[in-house]
Design a protein around this ligand. Structure first.
Ligand SMILES: [Zn+2]
Length: 229
């Protein structure tokens, strides 16, 4: 099994669900940029700031950007992710990563660090391909549980649930899951994240594409095939 599995795809493509499955089955640490970001932004005060490469960032401004569905300062998010990866590799964790790298800037720093720490040959990047209208529908209909953010996808069997079937906690719609912000995120994905994926290909990382328009169980089977290649 690869030590580092990076799953990329547009909003709603099932990156999170697939990462949870892989983490559960193979014991990889699920490194999710949105959780790293949320942890950093929780409880920030108006004037809290952080300096990266000599530039100062006001955290409350970054939080507002995030809530509007915009991509935050790449320098800041990247430095948080790089530090997290260093800590995890020290702890001997294998990784499954969703939502990073999210920009070319991040890819240019994140991938070489992973290659240093884990070996380039131990990294695979899986790109989930999903039509835009499907991505928007899914994003606008999914929910997460309030306890540990279990993703609850929209199906006949799940659409009337009011609590998480795994832990009984309340189900929430993510603040940034509405048509307007999902469209913004789609466009950001195309303009800012795809160049990062291109970078991975150009630099000779092992990049594999899988079809996203299938059930999570079927998608997982496709991902397993890729991992066992
Ligand atoms: Zn739950």
């Amino acid at each position: 099994m690869k030590k580092v599995i990076i799953i990329m795809g547009p909003p709603g493509s099932g990156k999170g669900t697939q990462s949870e499955i892989i983490a559960g089955k193979f014991g990889h640490y699920y490194l999710e940029s949105s959780k790293v970001i949320d942890a950093k932004l929780a409880g920030v005060l108006d004037n809290d700031s952080e300096e990266v490469e000599g530039k100062k960032y006001i955290l409350s401004e970054q939080k507002k950007k995030r809530e509007a569905g915009e991509i935050m300062a790449a320098e800041l998010v990247t430095s948080w992710m790089l530090n997290k990866v260093r800590d995890l590799s020290k702890d001997g964790e294998d990784l499954v990563v969703a939502g990073s790298p999210r920009t070319l800037y991040e890819a240019e720093r994140f991938m070489p660090l992973l290659a240093d720490l884990y070996g380039k040959e131990n990294i695979v990047v899986i790109s989930i391909d999903l039509p835009e209208e499907e991505a928007i529908f899914r994003s606008c209909h999914r929910r997460i549980c309030s306890l540990v953010r279990h993703p609850i996808l929209y199906y006949e069997e799940t659409k009337d649930l009011t609590v998480c079937p795994l832990d009984g906690s309340e189900l929430l719609t993510r603040k940034d899951d509405n048509t307007k912000t999902v469209k913004i995120r789609m466009e950001k994905y195309r303009k800012e994240t795809l160049p990062g994926l291109e970078y991975c290909k150009k630099e000779g990382y092992n990049v594999k594409e899988v079809k996203g328009k299938q059930t999570p169980a079927e998608l997982h089977e496709d991902i397993l095939k890729v991992l066992n290649d």
